[in-house]
Design a protein around this ligand. Structure first.
Ligand code: GTP
Ligand code: MG
Length: 402
């Protein structure tokens, strides 16, 4: 059924779907049209055509006879104020916080604490204190060891065993860790003249981390760079998942592929990619149902989705991105590790960076699993997504240092 429909024009398809909707009270596909133009409304002209109104303005008598020629013409009655012309709702205003601001909590629980606790010449007690702070900064044990080794070797080489030396070696090691991860194929849409059309991105992660929201934000970002984007409702598990994605597709003004009643996420992904290929889309973002990394059967299901897409394009999915809630701290590492074992992740997106003190996990992920963080979610609105920049992150972690 789905495959047969692929030969139809989307507009006809949308029309047919709408007709079917009316007839059956149900929908087969959602297709949201292209970018909407703003509505215009005609201005109302003031009316004063009756004899009474004219008389009020002193031009004629009520019976229609002209007034005596030399009579002073009274001033025009003040015109009624015009009703306001309805305006389209103002676009949502979201001031993207700088990474510096976003990382405030993280910085305070990391470098802020180090600054407060370590003074004077660094001795073994202070190294122990440093170790304790690093362990409580959600970096993960491997990263802590790596950072401590770097500090100790740096102190052993320096005559000046001060906080400045600690900062220098920590900062340099953080930079090295972040530089050591592979880069994403298509970095935040700067070069969206895609190598392969369509790019297929599969978005995975545990429940409630922000996958669907992030897809909405990504779709908006890519569309704003001129990409032709389709989102695919591969979360066939929750009844409300399709409609949630539909709301995002409308906000981002991109197409959605959401067949009703199809329970197999692989089938949704396959048909979406096939349609996107046929219609020349640049990017397909596949939503998936949240699942615990410990649920083996559900993890297998994701593998199947990947296999099915590869029948259409052996390179796909071009990006397999895990969405991680920054507040989950080191648990995010465990999730990433398990998803990576099953799917071989190409990158991570940390959400809820706004207000968390656990943003050190970005570093933990890079050093433990060599998985690059590619985007950060910094709020709930459509613009609240920012590309991850390792240099900015490193600077922001150590901001306000002496
Ligand atoms: N503050 C904040 N909230 C976010 C961010 N990203 C997502 N959220 C919120 O997180 C909640 C869950 O988001 P969803 O997109 O439904 O998460 P999901 O992973 O798709 O959830 P499931 O499909 O149920 O697994 C929503 O209330 C979002 O508004 C973010 O960057 N910052
Ligand atoms: Mg979802």
């Amino acid at each position: 059924m789905i495959l047969e429909l692929l030969n139809l024009d989307p507009v006809l398809l949308a029309g047919a779907a709408a007709a079917a909707l009316g007839a059956l009270g149900t929908s087969a596909y959602y297709f949201v049209g292209g970018r909407k133009g703003s509505a215009s409304s005609a201005q109302k002209l003031p009316a004063d055509s009756t004899a009474e109104q004219a008389a009020e303005r002193g031009l004629e008598q009520p019976d229609g006879r002209p007034k005596p020629a030399l009579k002073t013409v009274p001033p025009l009655a003040p015109e009624k104020p015009e009703p306001p012309v309805p305006q389209p709702p103002a676009p949502e205003v979201f001031l993207k916080p700088s990474l510096n601001n976003t990382l405030r909590g993280t910085r305070e629980s990391f470098w802020g604490k180090i600054q407060k606790s370590i003074t004077g010449t660094i001795d073994s007690d202070q190294i122990e204190m440093l170790e304790e702070i690093l362990y409580t900064s959600d970096l993960g044990p491997l990263t802590v060891t790596r950072l401590l080794d770097s500090v100790e070797s740096s102190l052993s080489r320096h005559d000046k065993k001060s906080l400045a030396t600690v900062k220098e070696s920590l900062k340099s090691e953080v930079g090295t860790i972040l530089a050591g991860v592979p880069k994403m194929g298509v970095t935040p849409f700067e070069n969206f003249d895609t190598r392969v059309r369509p790019q297929v991105w599969m978005i995975v992660g545990v429940n409630g981390v922000g996958k669907t929201t992030t897809i909405g934000k990504l779709a908006h970002l890519a569309a704003s760079k001129g990409a032709k984007v389709m989102v695919a409702a591969g979360d066939t598990f929750r009844a409300a998942a399709q409609s949630q994605l539909k709301v995002w597709s409308e906000r981002a003004q991109v197409e959605i592929f959401a067949p009703e009643g199809v329970k197999d996420p692989g089938a949704v992904a396959f048909d979406a990619v096939q349609m996107a290929k046929a219609r020349g889309y640049d990017l397909v973002l596949i939503d998936t149902a949240g699942r615990l990394h410990t649920q083996d059967n559900l993890m297998e299901e994701l593998k199947k989705v990947k296999r099915v897409i590869q029948k259409l394009d052996p390179e796909a999915p071009h990006e397999t991105l895990i969405v991680l809630d920054a507040n989950s701290g080191q648990n995010a590492l465990v999730q990433a590790q398990k998803f990576n074992e099953v799917l071989k992740l190409s990158g991570a997106i940390f959400t809820k960076m706004d207000g968390t003190a656990k943003g050190g996990i970005v570093l933990g992920l890079a050093s433990t699993l060599q998985i690059p963080t590619v985007f950060l979610g910094v709020g709930e609105s459509m613009d609240a997504l920012t590309g991850f920049n390792p240099t900015e992150y490193t600077e922001a972690l150590f901001e306000s240092a002496p």
